[in-house]
Design a protein around this ligand. Structure first.
Ligand SMILES: [Zn+2]
Ligand SMILES: [Zn+2]
Length: 262
């Protein structure tokens, strides 16, 4: 599946982007056109792929309809033919939610599709959506918030350890709404980085966090330094949900990576 050498990743790469197949605002074609116009050389779409192992999930509101994967892949294959040049390569990806309960089955199914890469992400801690709405967090006391975070990190470590993903998405996402003490979870984040290293994996520097209440990328300098110590490749992404955001924060991200040692 994965022929991307993330050690070569640069500011001309952008692999975490969404279209209206999931919760993005624009069509696949509009996103691809914009990626090419932005001067990107390696451009990927990674719509959400969520197969919840429990009832009552809200994922159908923001994730791809599970019956549309053929259409998604076929559309992107057609766009490859139309838009690819020697300087512009279009990659077909998915942002896959990790669940211990069904990961093997989910990956086995996806391996039957001509996908170029998979992002491993965690958005649910149990049935709790960590990034949906700050209002979801407000009724939680400190212990409940801590439990949500610990479960999140346990799952993310599972995602890193399973070795099925091209890179791990938005490492420290629970900090999004600035409602937790994120530094408390550095030991958990380091366990995730150790698992990434053991699997020769990669992480992303996701710039979207700079524009959320936490006002910091996922992850920030300290964890990037830990990633650097472990020789982990980092790819910069905007997690764009519209064409205007495709390279948002990329200049700042490159500066931060440099500061981390890259
Ligand atoms: Zn995500
Ligand atoms: Zn995303």
């Amino acid at each position: 599946m994965d022929n991307l050498d993330f050690a070569q990743s640069s500011s001309k790469w952008s692999l975490h982007n969404h279209s209206n197949f999931s919760d993005g605002a624009s069509s696949l074609e509009d996103m691809v056109c914009a990626g090419k116009a932005a001067g990107l050389e390696i451009f990927g779409i990674s719509d959400h792929w969520v197969v919840p192992p429990f009832e009552g999930s809200d994922s159908s509101e923001w994730s791809m309809d599970l019956s549309r994967l053929d259409e998604y892949v076929e559309t992107l294959q057609k766009l490859k033919k139309e838009y690819e040049t020697s300087n512009f390569s279009l990659k077909i990806g998915l942002e896959v939610d990790f669940f211990f309960e069904n990961i093997n089955e989910v990956i086995k199914n996806l391996q039957t599709y001509p996908l170029d890469y998979l992002i491993g992400s965690v958005h649910y801690s149990g049935k709790f959506s960590v990034d949906h709405d700050a209002a979801d967090w407000l009724p939680l006391d400190e212990d409940a918030k801590h439990e949500v975070c610990m479960e999140y990190w346990k799952k993310l470590e599972g995602a890193a350890a399973c070795g099925a993903f091209s890179f791990i998405g938005h490492l420290d996402l629970p900090k999004k709404f600035a409602l937790i003490d994120n530094s408390r979870y550095t030991p958990q984040a380091i366990k995730v980085l150790d698992a990434v290293q053991q699997n020769n994996g990669c992480i992303e520097l996701n710039t979207a966090g700079w524009y959320k209440p936490c006002q910091a990328p996922y992850p920030d300098l300290e964890l990037l330094q830990e990633a650097y110590k472990r020789n982990i490749a980092v790819t910069v992404n905007a997690d764009a949900h519209c064409p205007e955001h495709l390279t948002r924060g990329f200049v700042e991200a490159q500066a931060l990576l440099k500061q981390a040692g890259y």
